[in-house]
Design a protein around this ligand. Structure first.
Ligand SMILES: *Cc1c(COP(=O)(O)O)cnc(C)c1O
Length: 365
């Protein structure tokens, strides 16, 4: 049985005029729909008990929490990111939500937060999107970005897993990412790591992002919009960007992406690209890939394309890797053929322009 949400929708939703003005130029993550979902949990993760209660749809707005709520002090927070796409017939769909639901629970386990039934995750997303359906843009490349998250809400300063938590979903219209596919320059952080062995690198938690911001500032100062993190402890193996996974395409048809070692976040986009690349007969290798290989591959011409991927940007071609010591890649490098066609294929599946042969789409409205 699907989750029954108590519905107290926003009594003052945005007027059509206001909404259309926002949808004409949504940007990313700055405007939010009229409503949000929340579900509260009480229990004890150490004892393995607990209960999700009071699933509700209510007006998007500030949440009141006790200043001693655990999330403010010990950072017990996890999140997800997925999108709703409007298809040509007006229907609204999302992409592999069960993968996000499963990943939320993996993150929850690592951060000592409670698991949420996967159906409840999908029900919550559907409840919000079907209610705020008018906020799903219909322009080319536009979508409604969905941000489910879970926070520790118990008012208690002792250091142990919180015995209260809240799961919420908010939604934000997102503009066109694929009108302009500008290749990005990325900064190689030599000073900072985002994850270490045994740490939280494979969990999608706010703390990882907090730790990556200083490196991003370093990158910004060098004209780079993203940061690449390495495993400095070993042989400069490539890990990932602050919020995107990375792929390397070789002239001979090999496609390499760093293996999942526990310090890398497993992207749903990454997983989907691996499947699509294999179906094309490309040889996909999930393995250790080092900075030396990148440099040498570029120098010999064997490495022809580099791209980053994640839900927000789908696939972003990488032009240059910039560090204090060197620059790998050239200023006039153009997005590669494999990069662009995988990108198009993924977008075509998500927006319903080609048949969904993998069963990756779930209808929301
Ligand atoms: C979310 C995220 C990704 C991309 O995951 P998708 O499921 O493809 O959006 C990659 N790396 C990090 C660190 C992330 O947080």
């Amino acid at each position: 049985m699907s989750t029954q949400f108590v519905r107290q929708p926003n009594p003052h939703p945005a007027t059509g005029e206001v909404r259309n003005a926002i949808l004409a130029n949504p940007g990313f993550g700055v405007h939010f729909t009229d409503n949000m979902i929340s579900i509260d949990w009480t229990g004890d993760v150490e004892k393995g008990n607990g209960q999700w209660e009071n699933p509700r749809l209510e007006a998007y707005g500030p949440i009141a929490l006790d200043p001693s709520a655990a999330v403010f002090h010990y950072g017990q927070e996890i999140f997800e990111g997925l999108k709703a796409y409007r298809h040509e017939d007006g229907s609204v769909w999302t992409f592999r939500p069960e993968a996000n639901a499963a990943r939320l629970n993996q993150s929850a386990e690592r951060l000592a937060l409670p698991a949420l039934p996967e159906e409840t995750f999908v029900d919550a997303v559907r409840e919000l999107v079907s209610t705020d359906e008018k906020w799903v843009p219909s322009g080319d490349g536009e979508s409604l970005y969905l941000r489910p998250f879970m926070i520790a809400t118990e008012p208690f300063l002792g250091v142990r897993p919180s015995r209260q938590a809240r799961f919420s979903v908010i939604a934000s219209p997102a503009g066109n990412y694929f009108g302009t596919v500008e290749p990005v320059d990325i900064w190689l952080s030599r000073t900072y790591a985002r994850a270490g062995k045994g740490g939280t690198g494979s969990a999608k938690c706010g703390g990882n992002y907090a730790a990556s911001l200083i490196a991003q500032m370093e990158g910004d100062a060098h004209g780079c919009s993203q940061v690449l993190f390495l495993d400095h402890e070993r042989d400069d193996a490539i890990e990932e960007l602050g919020g995107m996974n990375v792929f390397f395409v070789f002239k001979d048809g090999r496609v390499v992406t760093p293996e999942l070692t526990g310090t890398i976040l497993e992207g749903v986009t990454r997983r989907s690209i691996i499947e699509l690349a294999k179906e094309r007969g490309l040889q996909v290798e999930e393995r250790r890939f080092t900075l030396d290989e990148w440099r040498e591959g570029k120098a010999s011409g064997e490495l022809t394309e580099v791209f980053a991927c994640g839900t927000a940007a789908v696939i972003a071609p990488v032009r240059r890797l910039v560090s204090n010591d060197e620059v790998i890649g050239n200023e006039d490098d153009q997005p590669g053929e494999v990069t662009m066609s995988l990108r198009q294929q993924l977008l075509d599946i998500q927006t319903g322009r080609v048949e969904d042969t993998h069963g990756w789409l779930t209808r929301l409205a």
